[in-house]
Design a binder for this molecule. Sequence first.
Ligand code: SDX
Length: 393
Amino acid sequence: QTGYFTYDPGFTSTASCSSKITFIDGDNGVLLYRGYPIEQLAEKCDFLEVCYLLLNGELPNGAEMKEFVTTISKHVMVHEQLTRFYSGFRRDAHPMAVLVGVVGALSAFYHDGTDVTCREDRYTAAIRLIAKMPNIVAMCHKYSTGMPFIYPKRKLGYAENFMRMMMGDPCDEYIPNPILIRAIDRILILHADHEQNASTSTVRLAGSSGANPYACVAAGIACLWGAAHGGANEAVLNMLEEIGDASNIPEYVAKAKDKNDPFRLMGFGHRVYKNYDPRAKLMRQTCHEVLDELNLHNDRTFKLAMELERIALEDPYFVERKLYPNVDFYSGIVLRALGIPTEMFTAIFALARSVGWIAQWDEMISDPELKIGRPRQLYRGVPQRDVQPISSR
Ligand code: SDX
């Protein structure tokens, strides 16, 4: 696989920035986090190991992992005042609206106004975000249901802690299903980072102005919300609900091809992958594992999704344009099978991507050469002209 890392001046002329964290080869369907193939990380690591890798550049050994887990566990609580922030929202507020607000508000609790430049302060901000996001995201869901918040338990694993806070009942003991917990952990790994996607570029651009890391991540959350980006997993389920029955698929596929119709098949296509999204293959496998475990293979929505996937993968329009199912096509089905409400899907994507955002922010702050700086524009407006008095306009 030579050539991946050949220095190609032509390519770098279109690159928005350089980074050592994640490598994507869209034509060959390759995704590497710090040089490790996503397939191997998803199979052999858990999400916190991947967090350590993204932040530090190397996978942890046993002692390093133990220390990292202990450090994260010390920061899982949020300031009690922050939990009152939620009550300012309507119960039916979209979780992403709440998340943007609450994560931005972390600046008021954990940022003292001084520049976050030294490695120790940057690392502390990263640890805080990774540790607190499961609690913050779970509270978005609990608040919407009127259920009380469930506090984290320091001794639980990352994914189990999140699912307990998110789906647990404070009146009952939470009994984790290891297969479902592993599925959530894999979703977090697959969504952890993805080079310079729109939300990561937003975080880096915000960081280049010196904004604090919590404010930068809040900006990334706002960008991720878009249906063309992180909102796609929610949009996939909404689309499947709208299609309703396999007999309606041809009508929607025709709409997706119609240039006069803004409708796009949600969960298909990608700005970079012109081959199969490697994450989608892994997500599809997880999807089948979860549906097997929950005996949901006859689930109407899943059967509809598989029929849509079959038709699209055979249709010349999609084949010619190399439009394959992306990670969001399957992740939404898995999350729905886990009983997670559709409106929470993008918030879970944000939970996962927070480590990628903060790792990329940290890399940029550590090396001024990596700052995006201030983009310039190509002006295509009217040439300079003089203001005329209103009486003669
Ligand atoms: C994510 O950047 C990242 O890394 C993002 C992400 C991450 O991890 O951060 O991977 C997460 O955002 C995944 C993408 C999720 N979005 C969706 O699933 C929404 C549906 N997808 C489309 O909106 C679209 O595919 C985009 C926005 C993702 C990409 O759009 P592009 O760049 O226009 O795709 P393209 O250049 O490959 O399009 C080629 C052709 C065009 O038609 P023609 O002009 O050649 O006739 O394919 C068409 C497009 O109009 N096309 C689609 C389509 N996606 C592209 N037609 C129908 N349905 C679609 N989904």
